[in-house]
Unconditional design. Structure first.
Length: 403
């Protein structure tokens, strides 16, 4: 049995991941689960999958403000937290709880479905402990892709992408030799605002921004899809995963979302991976690779697909793409600042404190203030992340002053 930890099990990737894992009871044994604050769902999952440990990464102050926190099943003190229903399960808490949980368990594979920069330290810990990482989180790669990938090579840990585009690229590259790769065509549906006029962006509400036409995902990645920062982050993600120059990665808007990405080899052959918009396909691929099994997911009906269109994105309408290319090319601590500033701005937007159009403005302003470190270590990267989040908050005070 392959012992698997699902980090971020209460999110969109995590719940889809557990759906996939449940289909293979003879192959996978879930040994750990984690949430930020959704204790109610974590408890349900623990009842079904019977892990040896769970982690609640959210701080106790967060838990108090959370709807799922009834208090009745938990001891009063933070350290004495005991889930009444699952006394045999070891419960880890707090930001460092994820790392401690990974250090204390024997784990073969980790599915990383945590959103945001909080995944970075658990990924680095996992790289010292496990054989395989099925990686959905993109923010950690954007921040520290060089450090993650060289540690994976050094420790012989397989990093298999879950992000649908990167899963597609991974599968296409597998049909040739990596050294012959010339170019990546990174496709994207264009998100919920593709056909909305730029002049309307100042009125975009959270509900509209998270209403993705093709994929059902968590709120943060959905807003990133609306600003198209998601594609920008994916360019940097692909750069690190496949060791390819950023200028050889071209974004193609493909509203039908049938082709999940393509690669071109140096002989001119272009390979594409196609499939239904269902994250359980790339998740299953990452977990069972190199084996393939019946997923039970309905095949594409080609006779019903009338058209497949591809065109370049509008960099003026979606400035986050330009910002990501620029930060990715500058490298060093710039991608970490891009990511942190975006993360903070998206959080503020979701919580109703800023407008949609403030997101790219804040990211651009903070990137402009950054002095940067060329060859950063992990401390420099974490410092840049912290600095950018503070500067982003400050920039909102500046915007409201200007308004
Ligand atoms: N969803 C997709 O289809 C998709 C596709 C491609 C790539 N991805 C990438 O996969 C990652 C997860 O996306 P998602 O859509 O699944 O997000 P999501 O639905 O928001 O789920 C995120 C998970 O991480 C947990 N979490 C949140 N903040 C945390 C923190 N500070 N520390 C530890 N855990 C934390 C959440 O707990 P709570 O439940 O308590 O909030 C939840 O379990 C992102 O990096 C995203 O870009 C997602």
């Amino acid at each position: 049995m392959e012992r698997i930890a699902v980090l971020g099990s209460t999110g969109s990737i995590g719940t889809n991941g557990l759906d996939v894992i449940a289909k293979f009871p003879d192959r996978f044994k879930v040994c750990a689960l984690s949430t930020n604050i959704n204790i109610k769902l974590l408890k349900k999952q623990a009842k079904i999958f019977k892990p040896e440990a769970v982690c609640i990464a959210g701080s106790s102050s967060n838990l108090r403000g959370c709807n799922d926190y009834s208090g009745q099943n938990f001891a009063s003190s933070r350290n004495g937290w005991v889930p009444g229903d699952f006394r045999k399960i070891k419960v880890y808490e707090g930001e460092d709880g994820l790392c401690r949980m990974l250090e204390n368990l024997k784990i073969d594979t980790v599915l990383v479905g945590i959103v945001g920069s909080s995944a970075l330290l658990p990924i680095l810990t996992a790289l010292d402990r496990v054989k395989k990482i099925a990686l959905a989180n993109k923010e950690a790669l954007v921040m520290a892709g060089g450090i993650i990938m060289s540690k994976a090579v050094k420790n012989k840990v397989g990093v298999v992408p879950v992000d649908s585009e990167h899963s597609a690229i991974f599968q296409c590259i597998g049909s040739g030799n990596r050294k012959d790769l010339k170019k990546i065509f990174l496709t994207g549906s264009g998100g919920p605002l593709l056909n909305v006029k730029k002049s309307m962006f100042k009125n975009i509400q959270v509900k509209q921004a998270i209403n993705h036409p093709r994929w059902k995902m968590g709120k943060k990645i959905s807003v990133d899809s609306a600003t198209m920062m998601n594609k920008g982050l994916e360019v940097i993600e692909a750069h690190w995963l496949f060791n390819i120059d950023i200028s050889n990665i071209e974004i193609l808007i493909h509203p039908e979302a049938v082709v999940h990405s393509m690669v071109e080899f140096r002989d001119g052959a272009i390979l594409a991976q196609l499939g239904a918009c269902d994250m359980r396909i790339p998740i299953q691929h990452a977990l069972t690779h190199p084996d393939r099994f019946d997923s039970g997911i309905k095949s594409l009906e080609f006779s019903k697909i009338k058209n497949l269109s591809f065109y370049n994105p509008d960099f003026k309408k979606f400035p986050c793409i330009r910002l990501a290319y620029e930060a990715g090319k500058k490298a060093g601590t710039w991608p970490s600042v891009l990511n942190a500033s975006n993360e903070e701005a998206v959080r503020e937007f979701i919580e109703g404190r800023i407008k949609f159009i403030d997101i790219p403005m804040a990211v651009e302003k903070v990137l402009g203030l950054h002095k940067g470190v060329k060859n950063p270590g992990i401390e420099d990267i974490l410092e840049a992340d912290k600095w950018a989040k503070v500067k982003t908050k400050e920039s909102f005070e500046y915007f409201s002053y200007c308004a």
